[in-house]
Design a protein around this ligand. Sequence first.
Ligand SMILES: [Zn+2]
Length: 207
Amino acid sequence: MFYKKNLVKKIIKYGKMCGEKNFTPGYSGNISARYKNGLLITTSGSSNSYLTDKEIVYTDFNGKSLEFKKKPSSEKFLHIEIYKRRPEINYIIHVHAPYLSSFASSGKDLMEPIMAENVFYFGGIPLAKYALPSSMDLVNNTVKYFDNYDAVLMENHGFIVASKSIEDAYMKLELAESYAQVVVNTIVLGGPKLLSDNDVSKILELR
Ligand SMILES: [Zn+2]
């Protein structure tokens, strides 16, 4: 059983960790946890790095706040539709981490097999087509990738990762952001050396 108080504590803790690593500058991003028949999500206009328990709101799957005078993040439906689609997912972190957002803003995915660890954990990180933030088009363009992936770049916007545990979601965010940085560096150094199909299938067998 997940207690509300514990989930709120976890969201605050991991929000702060995202801030310490500059994954979630300013007011960007939002974090949520599945709770009862809905979710606990950061409120509209809150800053993930500096959350208090007042900035996390119990919201139902219709996007309606179940707490007096608290307004959920405008990206609530992005979270809700992932929870609906993937019953085993319990936590979602959406951020505008600089390196991942650089790929998203260049219209580039992270699907090429460049680093063994990344192939192992992600397979690849696809790029969802741009749509206006908080629109249902954004939800539709992004959520479909969660049928095959746990982490997705959002074009001209940022990154979103989902997992069973918040620890794992955060670790995957940290891996993905450092991976994006490595890929930029490989370009500076003359371009990445790609892993072969054979290398990739051997890595995937390790899973
Ligand atoms: Zn965003």
